[in-house]
Write a protein that binds this ligand. Structure first.
Ligand SMILES: Cc1cc2nc3c(=O)[nH]c(=O)nc-3n(C[C@H](O)[C@H](O)[C@H](O)COP(=O)(O)O)c2cc1C
Length: 135
């Protein structure tokens, strides 16, 4: 199995999760400004909700993916209120013909003093355990 980890973050929460996932898989967590050029079985994509949607940069990143290079996408992230960006990311992945794994990782993320300290050490352990099942 080959893996790559990409993330988009505004306040650092997704980067923490991405680093936990990447460490578990023995790869580097990279921002979505780094294109996926190598063939990979699983692309772990970290992203979040901002004003009830995913950031346009995440949309553009998924649109840039080549289905001949990316086997499937595994979604992960955090949010303050909403549960998961899965459906939003899947809508973009469907357009480029890349399957989304039905499994995903989600936890609460600190926003303006709410869910302070999240994702915390326990969340990072859970994110690593989530990634482990794909090895
Ligand atoms: C500008 C902005 C808008 C946000 N809008 C939402 C929202 O609509 N729904 C929600 O559940 N969380 C919202 N959040 C909270 C983030 O999803 C949450 O803090 C997440 O952990 C941020 O991840 P990041 O630090 O990687 O950017 C918002 C955060 C920011 C900074």
């Amino acid at each position: 199995m080959t893996y790559q980890v990409r993330y988009y973050t505004k306040t650092g929460n997704t980067r923490k999760l991405a680093e936990a996932v990447a460490k578990e898989l023995g790869v580097e967590a990279l921002p979505i400004s780094t294109p996926v050029t190598e063939k990979t079985d699983i692309l772990f994509l970290g992203n979040s909700y901002y004003a009830f949607s995913i950031d346009p940069e995440v949309r553009d990143f998924v649109a840039s993916l080549d289905k001949n290079k990316v086997g499937r996408i595994v979604n992960f992230g955090s949010a303050a209120l909403l549960n998961s960006t899965y459906k939003k990311v899947k809508a973009e992945a469907d357009k480029v013909g890349i399957p989304m794994d039905p499994k995903e990782f989600h936890c609460k993320g600190e926003f303006k003093g709410v869910h302070k300290g999240k994702p915390d050490a326990e969340d990072l352990r859970a994110a690593a355990a989530f990634a482990r099942q794909f090895k």
